[in-house]
Ligand binder design. Sequence first.
Ligand code: NAP
Length: 481
Amino acid sequence: MVARVIPVETFDLVIFGATGDLARRKILPGLYRRWKEGQIPEGAAIIGAARSEMTREQFRAQVSEALEEFVAPQELTPEVVASFLAMIDYVTVDAKGDGGWDDLAARMRENVVRAFYLSVAPALFGDIAQRLHHRGIADRASRIVVEKPFGKDLKTAHALNADLAAHFHEDQIYRIDHYLGKETVQNLMAVRFANILFEPLWNSQFVDHVQITVAETVGVGGRGEYYDNSGAMRDMVQNHMMQLLCLIAMEPPHCFEPDAMRDEKLKVIRALDPMGPGDFVRGQYRGAGGDDYLLEAGNPDSRTESFVAMKLHISNWRWKGTPFYLRTGKRMKSRVSEIAVTFKEPPHSIFGESNQWRENVLVIRLQPDEGMDLRVMIKEPGPGGMRLKDVALDMSFAEALGNDLDMPDAYERLIMDVIRGNQTLFMRGDEVEAAWAWVDPVIQGWEARGDRPEPYDPGSTGPEGALMLMHKDGRRWREIR
Ligand code: NAP
């Protein structure tokens, strides 16, 4: 099955930080793939902007190298690459100075969608927003895209919001969380709100608990210094995991419009109970040689967590009494992102005590192999009488929808949404601030107590304490294989 591609409007997209890592690895390769699929119309312009002095030809050569490195060889054809490069321009601009802005203004065209992707350090967001506005390069219809991290606490997030709001309206601001661009995340909304099957059971009366796992095999590597000032709570929980939690727990919005969705997500964050000291476990991978967090972070006394597991409660009518367990970590056994909704036992078993009952679990897999499975009880085949076993109704999206379904990467989808002017999959300023308002006291508590994270072996499933967090509730984490 080949997905239908609807071209977007003609646009001018300026990428600030076009010579940086994110632009090379994700943004430019993603745009190439959309161009190849016919979603970007003839006449669109992509303008790279950074401080480095470079001609347009030199920048095109850099882009060409990035495509060679980050696009699958079978997707690269010389004619398509050549036509893509022909769309690309470059301007030398200093976000903090005067140089280059007139040049940029001169390259922008009238009557096309204007989007500005700020793939630069957040400290530059305000400078760029101000110059775009004052020099008339951005107008009321323009869109501005900003990358994470959106602040390191409520205060800094609030300041970033204020910097942007001084020159752009909220309906022009696109705060990227690439998790929201994943196919499965959107499918989660389809599963919940396009089927009658699940929603009647989607509450504390029928759901025993929910688990959200984001496990990575990579360590902090070259980002050690940056990561050590952040940690798993800021890097993963405040944004990606909180967004997944919101999509699972939110009330059905009255329509699939950006603000209707975001209003409901915000209510979830505001209904989160504060966490107590027994509700979380922090970990740090400690191993020999290069596998050691402290070495990679370059900080022998670091108390930053590379793993965190926690138990959350949502105080509203739907969820009161159903715990949500979240865990995320680096250098873990395998790369897994999934959400598992575990349902309660049936009120009575007619099959007797010899049949061990297993929970019904709906698993939504984000990676690897995006898909869903639902564990249900059936009769074990054969003459052995009425013996039950649990099996998975398993659907891999790649298999179910065809291997040739060309699923766009999250960045591709989100950039096309920016051009379409659709903010549904982007975080609103108040959502981000509410998430920080919940996270801040937790981190402040750790810092005030001087908590040390519990060590765990690289390649493991995290520290012992994380297992205990669930064991003491009579539950267990799903296996990370
Ligand atoms: P990077 O590799 O350090 O690139 C930074 C870019 O900003 C370069 O193109 C740099 O080019 C430009 N720049 C720096 N100072 C500038 C100035 N004063 N005026 C104009 N341009 C300036 O960073 P990155 O990894 O691409 O990350 C960019 C942003 O995305 C950051 O906010 C990061 O947190 C976020 N992010 C990155 C990733 C990732 O995987 N890399 C993932 C998620 C979020 P010049 O030196 O030539 O000016």
